[in-house]
Design a binder for this molecule. Structure first.
Ligand code: ZN
Length: 179
C-alpha cells in the first residue's frame, strides 16, 4: 500500500489577543507613552475591582527628568501622595461598599534610557455589594495637567468597553445599565 503524503497538522496555539483571556491581555504592561494621555485598566469580577493606572510623569509633575530642584522634588512627593490615596482618587459607587485592599505605587525610573519616565499604580478594592458597583469617579484627573485624557478600558462580567475620561468627564461607567 502506498502511503499518502504525510500531512503535517499545524496546531494553532493560543497566542493572540483574541484568544488570550481578555483580562490577562489588558493587564499586560504594553502601552504607548504619549504625553497628555494616561491609561486606566479596570477589571470587575465577583467582589473585586482592580485598577491599573499608568501615566507619563509629564502629566503629573510637568517633567520627566530626575528632580533637580526642591520644587521638582515637592512635585514628585505630591504626586506620590495622591497616588498613595486610592480611596481619595478613585471613588466607586458608594452603595457598593468598596474598600481598598491593595495599593502599589511605583515612582518613575528617572534613568530610563528612553528619556521618558512614568508613574504606575495598581490597586484593588474589595466590594461588599458588587451588584451596586456601577461607576467609578476618577478624581485624580483634577490633579493631572489640565488637558490630560485618561484612556480607560473596562473588563466587567457583562462585557468590555473603553472610554476616554477628562476633567469634564470623570465618571467611568463600569457596567451597562440594566434595561
Ligand atoms: Zn515622556
Amino acid at each position: 500500500m502506498s502511503r499518502g503524503k504525510r500531512t503535517l497538522f499545524v496546531t494553532l496555539l493560543c497566542a493572540t489577543a483574541t484568544c488570550a483571556a481578555a483580562e490577562d491581555e489588558m493587564f499586560e504592561d504594553h502601552h504607548a507613552h504619549e504625553h497628555g494621555v494616561a491609561t486606566l485598566n479596570v477589571a470587575v469580577d465577583a467582589s473585586r475591582l482592580a485598577l491599573q493606572f499608568r501615566s507619563p510623569a509629564m502629566n503629573l509633575v510637568g517633567f520627566e527628568h530626575r528632580p533637580r530642584t526642591a520644587q521638582d522634588q515637592a512635585a514628585v512627593s505630591q504626586a506620590l501622595e495622591w497616588l498613595r490615596d486610592p480611596a481619595g482618587q478613585f471613588q466607586p459607587s458608594a452603595e457598593a461598599s468598596c474598600r481598598v485592599v491593595k495599593s502599589e505605587v511605583t515612582p518613575p525610573d528617572w534613568e530610563d534610557p528612553s528619556g521618558h519616565s512614568e508613574f504606575a499604580a495598581d490597586y484593588e478594592f474589595d466590594c461588599q455589594k458588587q451588584a451596586a458597583l456601577q461607576h467609578l469617579y476618577v478624581r485624580l484627573l483634577e490633579h493631572l495637567e489640565a488637558e490630560t485624557k485618561i484612556e480607560a478600558q473596562v473588563a466587567a462580567p457583562d462585557g468590555q468597553h473603553s472610554t476616554e475620561l477628562t476633567r469634564a468627564n470623570t465618571r467611568l461607567v463600569l457596567r451597562k445599565p440594566v434595561r
